[in-house]
Ligand binder design. Structure first.
Ligand code: HEM
Length: 506
């Protein structure tokens, strides 16, 4: 056989390999894109309305999320397409009000689970009340609830009042020097000190320093960075693997994450080793700690981290938003009525009790309206449909689909509220002008068995801190905070300092 013949044979073999390879690529590409087209236009989710581009690709949703505009875009999508929108190839967003909350978040079975891509287990690998499976969630929640009962909260009253008083004292020092106050920072310092005292038996020294600790600043920055990396991970299996292996597993990131975790772990261990001077979240829980259902040491650690994040920024955000809204020209009548109610009822902060505050009707309506327009948790809380799929509002949704009620798109929807953009506490007080409002669409603390465990404590804190401010100061919004509410959302609002001038009430 000549060398020339062998070369021709080689060429023929390599040509057939090339054409085999190209055919393989064509088959894979056809089935890949065919699948995408099928899912978008013929698959089980194709019956749900929404922009076709969003049915075809995750990219538009990831883009609006990374740019912090997703919540606002979703509100517009719901206005255009109605109460259910296909916002991603495998995600449906709902804003149907009470019916949608009930369908997705209630006790009813089959129940969707918290989306594991959104709810990641903490650095110690031990699931807390938020990230554990259904059985462990019920167990942990039952134990933790002991620390949030009405009776337990009553026991925290002196502690809560002393921190509110400390907040006023620190603000007064600035006000008497003619200085301005970053209300957001002081409210955050207060809620973190309160939670430190409730969870670790001692404050975190933030009001004293007038600064958020580096630990808190890292937590806040983490929401934006976390949103970005989650989007990269969600893009594809490859990016998911790359971020998980190269970034999250890198020594530098692990060290930083452990440092953050250590802040809570060491304080939690210290608390568990001694009895604090006052009753706190754990007092009742520990008094029953011989029960078979007790928390493990790791569960104490992971829940301490969760409580420090869930129970602080949220309350401070609600109050900052409320203060901003109350100081808009259009809302002055509401502010005046609130001042009259609080100052008419109490001559000084010493007279204030949690119980008497809970009876202030106008304050209640004001806070409800603040939570509607500026909910501290404005973004979707995603759930995954269970194996076998489930019915939602009369429509079948296959398994492993992400579904959620979008809080902001629901609370600001003209379907549910007259003048949805206007701050009108009267809608919560039976004003006939707002008789057609769907007040039960507003669930700022979420709904059902996984709703906010600290809801009652949060309400007491909001009323107490608001009353303390009203009894102590007349507040004016500084010019630099005029557009404070124009914020992006990275799971939470990306807030700027809320600068206010304070005049002490004589
Ligand atoms: C205005 C203040 C607050 C708002 C708007 C709020 C809102 C929420 C929301 C929407 C959820 C559901 C999260 C989800 O499903 O992913 C939640 C859960 C939770 N919140 Fe709050 N929260 C507030 C204050 C607090 C406080 C003060 C605490 C405790 C000290 C707290 C502790 C928790 C816990 C432990 C969970 C998880 C419950 C579970 O999974 O069973 N929250 N909160």
């Amino acid at each position: 056989m000549s060398a020339g013949t062998a070369t021709t044979q080689d060429v023929l073999i390599s040509k057939s390999f090339a054409s085999l390879f190209i055919s393989l690529i064509v088959i894979i590409a056809t089935s890949y894109f065919g699948r995408i087209l099928y899912d978008a236009f013929l698959g089980p989710l194709s019956k749900f309305p929404g922009p076709k581009l969003r049915a075809l690709s995750k990219v538009p949703g990831l883009y609006t999320t990374i740019t912090g505009r997703d919540a606002f875009v979703r509100s517009e999508l719901h206005k255009k397409y109605g109460p259910v929108v296909r916002v991603n190839p495998t995600e449906l967003s709902f804003n149907g009000g009470a019916e949608a909350w009930e369908a997705i978040y209630s006790f009813k079975k089959p129940k969707p689970v918290r989306d594991p891509q959104f709810y990641a287990v903490g650095v110690n690998g031990c699931p807390d009340v938020v990230t554990s499976d259904e059985k462990n969630h019920s167990r942990q929640r039952k134990i933790l609830s002991t620390g949030f009962s009405d009776q337990a909260i009553k026991g925290y009253e002196p502690l809560l009042k002393s921190w509110a008083q400390k907040m006023i004292t620190e603000m007064s020092k600035l006000a008497s020097n003619g200085g301005k106050v970053d209300m957001l920072k002081y409210l955050n310092c207060t809620t973190f000190d309160i939670m430190g005292d409730l969870a670790f038996g001692e404050g975190l020294g933030m009001l004293e320093d007038g600064e958020l600790s580096p630990w808190v600043q890292t937590i806040f920055a983490g929401f934006k960075a976390g949103t970005f990396w989650r989007c990269v991970m969600q893009y594809s299996a490859i990016t998911n693997w790359l971020v998980a292996k190269l970034l999250l597993n890198s020594k530098q990131v692990r060290v930083k994450m452990w440092e953050n975790f250590e802040y809570c772990r060491s304080r939690m261990d210290k608390r568990l080793s001694r009895e604090p001077a006052h009753s706190d979240l754990w007092s009742r829980i520990l008094s029953k700690s011989d029960s078979a259902e007790k928390l493990s040491r790791d569960e104490y650690h992971s829940n301490a981290v969760t409580l420090m994040v869930a129970g602080t920024e949220t309350t401070a955000t609600a109050l900052s938003g409320l203060i901003y809204l109350l100081h808009q020209t259009d809302n002055r009548p509401a502010l005046d009525k609130l001042k009259a109610e609080v100052r008419g009822k109490f001559s000084s902060f010493e007279d204030v009790t949690l119980e008497s505050l809970a009876r202030l009707e106008y304050m209640h309506a004001i806070i409800q309206e603040g939570l509607r327009i500026y909910p501290p948790a404005p973004s979707q809380l995603p759930r995954r449909t269970p194996s076998g799929g489930m019915m939602v509002n009369g429509q079948f949704i296959p398994e492993n689909i992400t579904i959620d009620v979008h809080p902001l798109a629901t609370f600001m929807s003209p379907t549910h509220f007259k003048n949805p953009l206007k701050f009108r506490p009267e809608r919560w007080l039976g004003d006939p002008e707002y008789k057609d409002d769907h007040l039960d669409a507003v669930e700022p603390f979420s709904y059902g068995p996984q709703n906010c465990l600290g809801k009652s404590l949060a309400w007491h804190e909001m009323r107490l801190l608001l009353a303390a401010l009203i009894l102590s100061f007349d507040v004016e919004l500084a010019a630099e905070s005029k557009d404070w509410i124009d914020q992006n959302i990275y799971v939470l609002w990306e807030k700027k300092p809320l600068i206010c001038a304070l005049r002490e009430v004589s």
